[in-house]
Design a protein around this ligand. Structure first.
Ligand code: ZN
Length: 678
């Protein structure tokens, strides 16, 4: 076979993959799949698991295996030619997937299979069918022709409106700049930020400095600029972007766009039989109802409020003045420096990458009864990439892991886990899972190894949690194996769960040693590090709850216009916030997560998953943080079941009860407030 993307006998042959292989392979697979889908459907009479579902799963699996190395290389070894090939395939893949998602014949066959065979199937198989049927219904497949056409038109319009929201925001962000000639106004700003501001001025043929609303510039001014008027000016520009207020009032106004989005979302929800869009959104999530989400958020707010008020008072006292909205970040930073004095630079020498990785591997090996060993010679995409084999306690291979830790050119920023191969069994043929773990840590220089900040360590643990979820699954139906088929307010459970270990003294000891002397991290530095974790945690909690509550309330009520949206946000702020908000604040107009991205009526998921992960970690705090028996149960109940079990059932199986927020409040150092009578 001369196209390596079509050769799926083993791990991807990275050295042989060329951009010219990409589009032909994908086109060939899509054409074959389209023909096969019709053949499978015709032959599935009557439809059974083995003649309908598994053959379709095999098609998906093959396509995913061919595409995985392409998407991966595009992110970690980007070239002009590869990007072109990758982009050429995106519309082909999305057409194919919406075609399948709208396929009425498939929908009817799945429906019939569940009705006729349901009682004879395993619970995980039934869940796969029920999830698939739900996806079909939410795509409008079950609607009569007329509402179905309207539904599709709405979806199209919504995607245009989402893009327009983002464009307005981007234009508004880029339209504003402030030219500064008096260096005194920049007092307190870090050197790097000044340099970029000077370069920005120079590129416009100006002397001095140009400040912009790029997030790093805005953020640095809010946290570090001593000039109060400068902070005020920038704050106002930032929080009025794309609105009817502030320096570019009305010019890029997202108000009408937001109103249209809400109206169309509501109409789409009603067509599908829901009372509002929030109900539709929750249909695929772990949380059961809008009321449950609201009660969950309001409870967190109530119990964090006292602590948040004390945190804010501490800032006020430290500043020795009353605080406007543009003063809080600045004085908070001064207070943080004063109280903790933990700098990344002080910590890095104690976290050399090799030590951190072996400490991480030891920790999870002990917890989950596995071994992570060098995987031998395989093809990779860069000499710095390492390859490992995950073995079970008895030495049997479970899966494979590629790690690509360091920043480099042609590599996308950030950190993530991605699937290389998913676990699957077709007849006697088993494919073991393989994962990509990608970070952007500071690379080794000369003799000096890569040195991680503690933030980096936490990031590494987070992504490794996703890896374990993918690799330790025992499910062999691809659409429910590992992270597949897991509700998205539950999918961050393993990752956020593992983060907690990176903050535990017993684990930090295993991860750290001075890269030159081998000395342990000094106790006093460790204590300061751990104490700094919860700086202003209650204020941060309220901020997230405010966004989430606004989101769920806005999508759980009748659609409203721009004024109504602002009013809804004000109502939530009066209920939840402790920090002051000026009247001109128009945060909603730049809330991309819910208007531009996919988080509508789902922003609460961040807090939801944190509660799950903190509560799961609570079991380890109770039984000993490295207790293998608790680890074995976590592996069995959560990591192995993937998407084959409802996440609430999986959680209850592990914890013996539904999740409670107490562990999160405790981990965040927020004292329990006496819960007032409802
Ligand atoms: Zn994550």
């Amino acid at each position: 076979m001369d196209n390596p993307l079509l050769d799926q006998a083993g791990l991807p042959a990275f050295s042989r993959i060329r951009p010219s292989h990409v589009e032909p392979a994908i086109r060939q697979l899509l054409a074959e799949n389209r023909a096969r889908v019709e053949d499978i459907l015709a032959a599935a009479e009557p439809p059974r698991w083995d003649n309908l579902v598994m053959p379709l799963e095999a098609l998906d699996h093959r396509l995913a295996r061919a595409w995985a190395p392409v998407g991966h290389l595009n992110a970690v070894h980007n070239t002009e030619a590869l990007r072109k090939a990758y982009n050429a395939c995106l519309p082909l893949l999305s057409d194919y997937s919406s075609e399948l998602g709208q396929h009425e014949g498939l929908f009817r066959a799945f429906e019939r299979l569940l009705a006729e065979q349901g009682p004879h199937l395993q619970p995980g198989q039934r869940k796969i069918l029920e999830d698939a049927l739900r996806e079909f219904r939410l795509a409008g497949v079950a609607l009569a022709p007329e509402p179905r056409a309207r539904f599709r038109a709405i979806m199209q319009e919504l995607s245009t409106l989402g893009a327009r929201f983002e464009e307005n925001l981007l234009d508004a962000t880029q339209a504003w700049r402030l030219h500064v000639t008096d260096e005194q106004r920049l007092e307190g700003l870090p050197e790097g930020v000044r340099e970029r501001a000077a370069a920005a001025a120079k590129s416009r043929g100006l002397d001095g400095w140009t400040l912009t609303l790029d997030f790093p510039c805005y953020h640095a001014v809010m946290c570090h600029a001593a000039d109060r008027e400068l902070r005020h000016q920038m704050y106002e520009a930032w929080v009025t972007r794309a609105s009817d207020h502030g320096p570019s009032a009305g010019k890029f106004d997202n108000g009408p766009v937001m109103a249209d989005i809400l109206r169309l979302r509501e109409e789409a929800a009603r067509l599908l039989g829901f009372a509002n869009y929030a109900e539709l959104s929750l249909e695929t999530k772990m949380a059961a109802s809008v009321d449950e989400v609201r009660a969950f958020l309001e409870d967190l707010a109530r119990r964090s409020r006292g602590a948040a008020e004390r945190e804010l008072e501490a800032v006020r006292e430290f500043a020795g003045q009353s605080l406007a909205a543009w003063d809080i970040a600045y004085w908070s930073e001064r207070l943080r420096e004063h109280e903790y004095q933990v700098s990344d630079e002080e910590l890095r020498p104690y976290f050399p990458a090799g030590r951190v990785m072996s400490g991480l591997f030891d920790t999870v090996a002990r917890l989950f009864g596995i071994r992570i060993v060098p995987g031998g010679q395989v093809e990779t995409w860069d000499p710095q990439v390492e390859f490992f084999r995950i073995e079970d306690g008895d030495g049997r291979p479970i899966g494979y892991l590629y790690t690509d830790l360091y920043a480099r050119e042609q590599k996308r920023g950030g950190a993530w886990m991605d699937e290389c191969i998913g676990r699957a069994r077709f007849g006697n043929e088993v494919s073991l899972p393989a994962a990509f773990l990608v970070c952007n840590f500071m690379p080794p220089v000369g003799e000096r190894p890569g040195l991680l900040s503690h933030d980096d360590v936490v990031t590494l643990f987070h992504e490794f949690g996703h890896c374990l979820h993918h690799l330790l699954t025992k499910v062999e139906w691809p659409s429910a194996a590992g992270i597949n088929g897991v509700a998205w307010d539950a999918v961050e459970l393993p990752s956020q769960f593992l983060e907690n270990f990176a903050w535990h003294p017993e684990v930090i000891e295993r991860l750290s040693a001075h890269y030159e002397t081998g000395a342990a991290l000094p106790r006093e530095l460790l204590d300061r590090l751990i104490a700094s974790r919860n700086f202003q945690s209650a204020m941060q909690m309220l901020r997230q709850v405010e966004f989430a509550l606004f989101d769920i309330r806005l999508h759980g009520r009748e659609a409203t216009d721009a004024a109504g949206i602002v009013e809804e946000l004000d109502t939530v702020r009066r209920q939840v916030a402790v920090v002051p908000y000026p009247d001109f604040n128009r945060f909603a107009h730049s809330f991309s997560h819910i208007f531009g991205g996919g988080y509508a009526a789902g922003y609460y998921s961040y807090k939801w998953a944190e509660v799950l992960s903190a509560d799961a970690f609570g079991a380890f705090e109770e039984n000993g943080v490295l207790d293998p028996e608790t680890g074995r149960r976590f592996r069995e109940c959560i990591l192995e079941v993937g998407g084959s079990v409802e996440p609430m059932d999986a959680f209850v199986a592990f914890r013996g009860r539904p999740p409670e927020p107490d562990a999160l409040l405790r981990l965040a150092g927020i004292d329990r407030e006496p819960a007032p009578a409802a």
